[in-house]
Design a protein. Structure first.
Length: 142
């Protein structure tokens, strides 16, 4: 019996056609009652960028993705315990954190934020990955 479940498996040659990569990955992994969500950016699951040049709009799409992946794993935004947010310019901190904060109001996760030189694609201005738990069945999901 597997100890974990891979959610939305893909190969990087499809995700990054402009690069010569061939790695098998997935969007999230459910291991026991923990969900690990891969870094999400302003691209929807069909590969379309949302918010070219707009870090707030990209953060909104990234959080939409996070929400969907957590729900597919049996969790929810209210069960996020840790976030790591990457931005490519310190000026993006306010619009990105404002948008992420809107989605996580009342959740109180621990959080790490980093300013990085760049992400996997030059048009990506932010990325967020999360760790969440899956509640016991008798526990309500916020």
């Amino acid at each position: 019996m597997p100890t974990h479940t891979r959610i939305r498996m893909f190969n990087t040659k499809d995700t990054y056609p402009n690069q010569t990569l061939d790695n098998d990955l997935c969007q999230a992994v459910k291991a026991g009652n923990t969900v690990y969500v891969r870094g999400q950016v302003g691209t929807d699951f069909e590969g379309q960028l949302v918010g070219l040049g707009d870090p707030g709009a990209q953060a909104q799409q990234a959080m939409r993705n996070v929400k969907q992946l957590l729900e597919e794993a049996g969790s929810s935004l209210g069960h996020i315990v840790k976030t790591t947010t990457y931005i490519t310019d310190p000026r993006y901190r306010e619009p990105v954190y404002r948008e992420v904060g809107r989605w996580l109001k009342g959740v109180f996760p621990i959080s790490t934020g980093l300013v990085v030189a760049g992400l996997a694609q030059p048009e990506w201005l932010m990325e967020i990955d999360v760790i969440a738990v899956i509640p016991d069945t008798q526990e309500s999901q916020p």
